[in-house]
Design a protein. Structure first.
Length: 165
């Protein structure tokens, strides 16, 4: 009985997430389903092709990817979740960068960042401030799996900014 109810529930949720089609389920009301489960299937899956801005910080003249794993002693081996807010923090900073300051880059993003001067000065007003200093933002598509052993570098757009906290 429980398996039947769970199967029916999953079927209705999945069907509500699909585009309009010729199949109609009995007693289906998509609006009610979307009201209780608004994220649909997208909550559980994300496209691997989605481009998220990567944050690089200039430490002692060398660019390194900002962030890292949560499982370190300083993060209480994953119990301190404050680092999870860095994506939102980066998105807020990127949204305040003028679009005309981004530059195309056909080589390694760190090479392009080395040849640039900070385009704008930003103030980080987040509650938890992890992104500060000489920062480079990079938008770059993920290298396709089939090309993983090649020396191909995907084109990107980069911007160098000065972030004060």
């Amino acid at each position: 009985m429980i398996a039947s109810v769970a199967t029916a529930f999953v079927t209705y949720v999945l069907h509500a997430a699909l585009p309009v089609n010729a199949v109609e389920l009995p007693f289906e009301n998509r609006d009610v389903i979307r009201q209780f489960i608004p994220e649909g299937w997208a909550f559980f899956t994300a496209s691997p092709r989605t481009v998220y801005p990567q944050v690089y910080e200039n430490a002692a003249g060398a660019w390194r990817l900002h962030g890292g794993t949560l499982v370190v002693p300083s993060g209480l081996f994953g119990l301190n979740r404050s680092q999870r807010a860095e994506g939102t923090e980066a998105a807020l900073l990127v949204s305040s960068i003028p679009k005309d300051t981004w530059q195309s880059c056909d080589t390694l993003p760190t090479n392009c960042l080395n040849g640039m001067q900070p385009a704008v000065a930003l103030r980080n007003t987040s509650t938890l401030r992890h992104i500060c200093g000489d920062i480079g933002f990079v938008n770059q598509e993920v290298l396709p799996w089939a090309w993983r052993r090649s020396s191909t570098v995907m084109p990107s757009t980069v911007v160098r900014v000065r972030v004060t906290c």
